[in-house]
Design a protein around this ligand. Structure first.
Ligand code: ATP
Ligand code: ZN
Length: 299
């Protein structure tokens, strides 16, 4: 399916872990992920962001309120648990023994898997009251889940997203987004990666999805940093730059000092995809990468 994936696996960078798009990461792979994560930190020194880390689960309600289930039901994952009594437990074990589907004995929990790292930020900030005049900036990193099993190494089911999240006035969000598009392009260039920024094309679900995708493009809601990684697929998004206007603010009640709804935006770096881009363009052994590329990652 993907020659690059076969190479990554045979060279021991990624270890298939039982399902398509689920991998164990080798030490060599993780060293690059960590270096990229640190490089993003260095890019934003002095920005004054608040560092926050959440576990990779969100209240299921978040998927309802954000309209994720309208737009991307095919990508969502919810957590189910066994909550039965001993009789139900016996039935569950019997199902397993006879090879039947035992998920019928599970009940839905109040949790879903995190789909994007920034989701927990908005309710937290809303609960603190009106934003300060200069707005707020948060820094998050989370494992994210997308149910898109694939043999293409760039399309994983679990991956890490490092995000900067800005809350404030529309103009502050635009400035933030433009700053990060410049930073990301410069960074890609310094890493020797052939990158370009373009309008995003998200996989909105169903027939209504086409309207959503057109509107996303027309309103310039999302841009992506695109880099070619495998020969079989077009360039993939390695970072994205979003202006949500008051979408999240309206859901959670994020207000500015005058009591009006705030705007929000986020910039997300796909740490695995950036790692794969480096491996693709500079070879599978990071010790042999050009010195100027290594200097960017391990200064
Ligand atoms: P795509 O259009 O390729 O599905 P996306 O636009 O849906 O990606 P975002 O929701 O913007 O992605 O997520 C932010 C970043 O997370 C992306 O720019 C990308 O680098 C990374 N990412 C998204 N989906 C995956 C995935 N399945 N595997 C690895 N990284 C991913
Ligand atoms: Zn986000």
């Amino acid at each position: 399916m993907s020659a690059f994936r076969d190479q990554l696996v045979s060279e021991g960078l990624l270890h298939p872990a039982g399902a398509d798009g689920i991998y164990g990461r080798s030490e060599r792979f993780e060293a690059i992920v960590e270096a990229l994560d640190n490089a993003v930190s260095r890019m934003s020194v002095g920005d004054g962001s608040e560092r926050l880390r959440f576990p990779p689960a969100i209240p299921r309600e978040t998927l309802e309120r954000t309209k994720y289930m309208q737009n991307f039901p095919q990508l969502a994952g919810a957590i189910h648990c066994f909550c039965g009594d001993e009789r139900a437990h016996r039935q569950l074990l019997q199902c397993i023994e006879t090879g039947e589907d035992w998920s019928q004995h599970l009940s839905s929990s109040e949790l879903a898997l995190t789909a994007a790292a920034c989701y927990p930020v908005y309710p937290l900030m809303a609960a603190r009251g009106p934003l300060p005049a200069e707005g707020l900036l948060a820094d998050v990193m989370s494992w994210c889940f997308r149910h898109e099993p694939s043999l293409h190494p760039t399309r994983m089911q679990f991956f890490r997203m490092r995000e900067k999240v800005r809350l404030g006035q529309a103009g502050q969000i635009e400035t933030f987004r433009e700053t990060w598009m410049d930073r990301a392009l410069d960074f890609a260039k310094a890493l020797g990666l052939p990158a370009e920024i373009d309008d995003a094309n998200d996989p909105f679900f169903g027939r209504a999805g086409k309207v959503m995708a057109d509107s996303q493009r027309n309103q310039r809601l999302k841009f992506e940093l695109l880099i070619p990684i495998t020969d079989e697929t077009p360039p993939v998004a390695c970072a994205s730059f979003n202006h949500h206007h008051d979408h999240f603010a309206a859901i959670w009640g994020v207000k500015d000092q005058d009591g009006a709804l705030a705007n929000t935006g986020c910039v997300g770096f796909g740490l695995e995809r950036l790692t794969l881009a480096l491996l693709r363009w500079h070879g599978l052994n990071s010790d042999d990468w050009p010195l100027q590329v290594r200097a960017q990652l391990w200064p």
